[in-house]
Design a protein. Structure first.
Length: 249
């Protein structure tokens, strides 16, 4: 199969959502189309309306309750995508999308197969992780707090924040990004994030993206441990299983 550009990924996702409709949403862990448009499009640094338009483009060709763009012929590049991918089963198609949309690629599938807990869906991982982070990457330079700062992604470093904001002759700022499906809900700081926030004080920002289920917006908390947020300490006991083997020389 072809290497997919960002536009290709939007078109392929639109085809999937048109063909499999609600079953396709549920296979990815989404409860509604708007949530899927928002989470997937923001994850790709694209506009949710673009993804919706691609779904509508394919709607006249599949038995779903929408009419879509039935008054105009399908565009050639969309027709090429449809011819190449429309015969995929829902399982194979969903697997393809997870690998293409997630920055983790093939590792995304391993994560899902290894962690079989019911709440660890692809949709939830997008909303609480990649979609919210990409939202910040697009928005940060228009925010007064971060104007003229350069952005360094630290999500893979395990340092207690997602982005290091750099500016000449200024101490760096740390930004931890959290995503929420609804407008209200609960966010959790790990022990590492809490300790880092305490250490950095006013240089630590919590950036919360709300409401992926409808229309995302954000709230910024500087020094969140000293903000109007009330954090409650919770301790959880976890049984850790390990496997050992003796190596003989």
């Amino acid at each position: 199969m072809r290497h997919l550009t960002t536009r290709d990924k939007l078109i392929v996702t639109g085809l999937y959502l048109s063909k499999f409709d609600v079953d396709g949403l549920h296979a990815l862990g989404f409860n509604g189309f708007q949530e899927a448009f928002n989470a997937i499009a923001f994850s790709l640094k694209a506009k949710p309306a673009s993804l919706k338009n691609y779904r509508d483009e394919f709607d006249p060709y599949f038995p779903n309750p929408r009419q879509g763009w039935h008054k105009r012929p399908i565009r050639n590049y969309c027709k090429e995508i449809m011819d190449e991918y429309e015969k995929l089963t829902i399982d194979d198609f969903a697997t393809l999308l997870k690998k293409e949309i997630s920055v983790a690629g093939d590792i995304e599938i391993i994560e899902e197969e290894v962690d079989l807990s019911g709440d660890n869906t692809f949709a939830k991982r997008l909303v609480t992780g990649q979609a919210a982070e990409k939202y910040f990457e697009v928005a940060y330079n228009s925010l007064p707090e971060f104007q003229d700062f350069s952005l360094e992604n630290t999500t893979r470093l395990g340092c207690g924040f997602d982005f290091k904001m750099n500016k000449d002759e200024f101490p760096f700022l740390a930004v931890e990004v959290k995503g929420m499906t609804s407008a209200t809900g609960t966010i959790v700081l790990t022990s590492k994030e809490q300790k880092t926030a305490h250490y950095l004080g006013n240089r630590y920002y919590l950036f919360v993206v709300h409401n992926f289920i409808e229309k995302p917006y954000h709230t910024i908390y500087r020094n969140p441990l000293k903000s109007n947020l009330i954090f409650e300490r919770r301790e959880t006991s976890i049984v850790q299983v390990s496997w050992s083997a003796n190596i003989k020389g």
